[in-house]
Design a protein around this ligand. Sequence first.
Ligand SMILES: [Zn+2]
Length: 149
Amino acid sequence: MFAQPRTLPCFQCNEIVNDSMDVCPFCGVTIDRTAASAAAAAQDRVNQAYSEASYLRTASIAMFVFLGLSFVPLIPLVYSGFVVTFIAVIVMVVRWQVRFGELQTLDPDYQQANYRKNLALVLWLLAIPAGFVLSPTIKEIVNNFLFES
Ligand SMILES: [Zn+2]
């Protein structure tokens, strides 16, 4: 049984090759299998970090969409959506940090993933006052205005 070949950038020319190749088809350099496998494993981690940070970005945007919609007093349940995504975002930030926070790489995808994770954390921190202090207050004002005149 052979594992699926994993991709990695060529050590010499940086074109994408895989660890089942003996020589790089682009520049002809010999590919060291052991080093290539280690590099491919590192590349897998970067790819994983990148895709999890993308989910995290989506979740933090959804959190603010739910929060925004919760200001409309006639839509029920969106505030629960906010609370659920609020919890999901911090769980994902912590998990990302634990799994990928110490990755040693200069890969720009990793840098971007790390940036997205930090941004999600900032958004989460902003969501605390916005969602738990401001939002209930605004909702009460809107409700009073609409229903108690
Ligand atoms: Zn090459």
